[in-house]
Design a protein around this ligand. Structure first.
Ligand code: E4P
Length: 218
């Protein structure tokens, strides 16, 4: 299972990319707008900067919701860098656009997926990734991990190559269950991934080893 970082913050990307914890990035319009970058040209420049920090897939989301505009925007984004994955919302015009991009060898990430059938439709259209949002389903009292499990069964039934990208991750437990179920990728926020290697017994065990070593140094 691959680990992607869900952020547009360059410092966070540099830190976790240097540590080799992550191999890709997902962004969304909310994460981009948090940075206070104004204007389309500056957003595009920012995507280029992200691509310069990591040699792996970088999802950049279209803002358009009609087919022709999604195509124009997606083509423009895809030209920014070879690693750009065009993120397209799970709407009818989005599915049609994913089919176009797939035929033109442009990678896509179908976002805002909340049901197994949405994932199946996106995969049939040729999406490279589908992004089921686990945490947001949990937030409304459903079980987001059940969705990952259903999509895994469906994709395996039909030998679909579209990758399941577990998104809207809220905890390590989500990540562990995604790995058990067989998600291909998860994307999680910086605060979650920064602590992913931590275990209190690792820290106390290391302290003991170093203390014992130091006792032998006279
Ligand atoms: C995924 O691509 C999304 O950017 C993200 O995981 C959404 O997460 P949230 O529900 O925490 O906003």
């Amino acid at each position: 299972m691959d680990f992607f970082l869900d952020t547009a913050d360059l410092n966070e990307i540099k830190e976790l990319s240097d540590l080799k914890i992550i191999s890709g990035i997902t962004t969304n319009p909310s994460l981009m707008s948090k940075l206070g970058i104004k204007g389309k040209q500056n957003w595009n420049n920012h995507y280029k900067k992200i691509c310069s920090l990591i040699d792996g897939p970088v999802s950049a989301e279209v803002i358009s919701t009609s087919y022709d505009e999604i195509i124009d925007e997606g083509l423009e984004l895809s030209k920014l860098n070879k690693n750009i994955v065009v993120k397209v919302p799970m709407i009818n015009d989005g599915i049609k656009a994913i089919s176009f991009f797939s035929k033109n060898k442009i990678k896509t990430n179908c976002t805002l997926v909340f049901s197994p059938i949405q994932a199946l439709i996106a995969a049939k259209a040729g999406a490279t990734y589908v992004s089921p949002f686990i945490g947001r389903l949990d937030d409304i009292g459903e079980n987001g991990l059940d969705l990952i499990e259903s999509i895994r069964i469906i994709f395996d039934n039909y030998n679909m190559t579209t990758k399941i990208l577990g998104a809207s991750i809220r905890s390590n437990t989500h990540i562990e269950h995604c790995a058990e179920i067989g998600a291909d990728v998860i994307t999680a926020p910086y605060q979650t991934l920064k602590k992913i290697t931590y275990h209190k017994l690792t820290d106390s065990g290391l302290k003991k080893f170093l203390d014992d070593y130091n006792k032998t140094m006279v």
